[in-house]
Design a binder for this molecule. Structure first.
Ligand code: NAD
Length: 481
């Protein structure tokens, strides 16, 4: 049985655990205590190349494996993840700092991608049509793109990998995974589950490193790699897009966000507060979809702010492994310091602190749930991704102004909207320049739905049938009939 004491910490290449060619390692720490959790093998360029060799060698057989067989393997991964939910959740909490309840939810969410794509693997539909001029037929099918490179962030160490690996395997691709250097353990823990479920050697290779730039760059310049799927910051996304241009790779990108949370005057305030707690506090705000700024109608402003601040104030803070705690440690000092800086900037400009507002003493990088009222428009906290448990609230006079404020960002991932008038809500949703809109809900993520952003929040979609298409090329055959 997997436990913290016997976590895999080597590289997973060609179905085996391997030491790096150069004997190097890096430390993974528990952000809540600063204590070392594991010493992980640190891949270099030789290891990166070995991973591509393995993925390229494994590709033909996996590509030609019947979809039904691939589906059965993915289904087994889903079941094994649920069987080991507690162990997997504890690993997430230890390396990331989030409370156990969030880690369990993440593990279920991650496992669900394997179930969803086990169902999609057999639904790779093409088409046959008659050419408009008559005569020949237009036959269209979708084929796996080949070896793919997957780069994931630290905020959902399991789910962001699962959201890429499951559709890639369903499509018939072989994969290279570079997990976030801060949280590589969840992906390493998945390796044995994949093998046990029947994923053949070399089809999935997991390569943690402390030198992400050169390692991923090598993959992007190896002609055997045909796609890079990235989840992380817009800044790193841009670097990878530029590098991917050299080989004209396909580049699904899930990047940063700055989600607005709109509460209209006719909203059910209690429901809006419930939704705000989820949209803001899931993962302590360390989510690309986290509500980053709240625009609230003048008619419900006081009621909403009072109830929301009360709920935020009541949250219990402490080590994520203690079941009583609802708010864990942020990932590192830099993240905590940025949160603190954004709050101080807003307060200096005239925002009112309704709860929280001061960092907590260490060890760990704890910041309390914080609500800021009447936040001035020029505050940095309204335009920058907070990635922490801080809710800046702005009083807004009209719905048109709300939409204009919401759209006034280079990001376009998720938006939240509360109104009792569904028809109005749907009309406003169409005007919101975001890839996803949650209408009277605090959560958008669902493996069956197309997740992704517009503007500088990304390219392409993950989840739904669209997520598998990202890993496919369209092949058209003109057939003389
Ligand atoms: P990050 O961009 O710093 O890192 C993401 C990954 O890229 C990590 O694996 C990291 O090691 C690697 N990396 C860093 N520099 C690299 C380089 N030069 N070349 C190649 N790889 C490199 O992001 P993060 O701090 O891990 O995650 C937070 C960010 O991720 C936030 O902006 C958040 O909004 C975003 N995010 C987006 C989504 C989404 O679906 N849109 C989901 C989760 C997180």
């Amino acid at each position: 049985m997997l436990s913290i004491a016997n976590l895999p910490t080597d590289l997973y290449i060609d179905g085996s655990w391997a030491k790096p060619a150069q004997p190097r390692s890096f430390t993974v720490s528990d952000p809540a205590t600063g204590e070392r959790v594991a010493q992980v093998a640190d891949a270099g360029l030789d290891d990166a190349r070995a991973a591509v060799d393995a993925a390229a060698a494994a590709l033909p057989a996996w590509r030609d494996t019947p979809p039904r067989t691939r589906a059965e393997v993915l289904r087994k991964v889903h079941l094994l993840m649920l069987e080991r939910l507690e162990e997997l959740a504890r690993i997430i909490t230890l390396e990331n700092g989030k409370p156990l309840a969030d880690s369990r939810a993440e593990t279920r969410y991650a496992a669900e991608f394997f179930r969803w794509y086990s169902e999609e693997a057999c639904r790779n539909l093409g088409s046959v049509s008659q050419a408009p001029a008559g005569g020949y037929r237009i036959l269209v099918q979708h084929q796996p793109i080949g070896v793919v490179a997957l780069v994931t962030p630290w905020n959902f160490p399991s789910a962001m990998g699962a959201r890429k690996i499951a559709p890639a395997l369903a499509a018939g691709c072989s994969v290279l995974v570079k997990p976030a250097s801060l949280t590589p353990l969840s992906m390493l823990a998945l390796a044995d589950i994949l093998a046990e479920a029947g994923v053949p050697d070399g089809v999935v290779n997991i390569v943690p490193t402390s030198r992400s730039g050169p390692l991923v760059d090598l993959w992007l310049h190896d002609p055997r790699v045909r796609l890079v799927s990235f989840t992380g910051s817009t800044e790193v996304g841009r670097i990878l897009l530029k590098a991917a241009a050299d080989q004209v790779l396909k580049t699904p990108m899930e990047l940063g966000g700055n989600a607005p949370f709109l509460v209209l005057d006719d909203a059910d305030v209690e429901a809006a507060v419930d939704g705000a707690m989820i949209a803001k506090m899931r993962n302590m705000g360390e989510a690309c979809t986290a509500a980053n700024r709240f625009y609230v109608g003048a008619g419900v402003y006081d009621a909403f702010v009072r109830a929301f601040a009360e709920r935020m104030r009541a949250q219990k803070i402490g080590h994520g492994l203690d079941e009583a705690n609802q708010v864990g440690s942020l990932i590192d000092a830099a993240t905590r310091d940025k949160v603190e800086e954004l709050v101080q900037d807003a307060v200096a400009r005239g925002a009112r602190v309704l709860c929280g507002g001061e960092r907590l003493p260490g060890p760990g990088y704890f910041y309390p749930p914080t609500v800021l009222g009447d936040v001035p428009a020029d505050s940095r906290v309204l335009s920058e991704e907070i990635f922490g448990p801080v809710a800046p609230i702005v009083r807004v006079a009209s719905e048109d102004e709300m939409v204009e404020l919401a759209n006034g960002t280079e990001y376009g991932l998720a938006a939240y909207l509360y109104t009792r008038d569904l028809a109005k809500g749907l009309k406003l949703a169409e005007r919101l320049e975001f890839g996803m809109v949650a209408l009277n809900r605090g959560l958008v993520s669902d493996p069956a739905a197309p997740f992704g952003g517009v503007k500088q929040s990304g390219l392409g979609r993950e989840g739904s049938w669209e997520g598998m298409q990202e890993y496919m090329e369209t092949k058209y055959v003109a057939v003389e009939w």
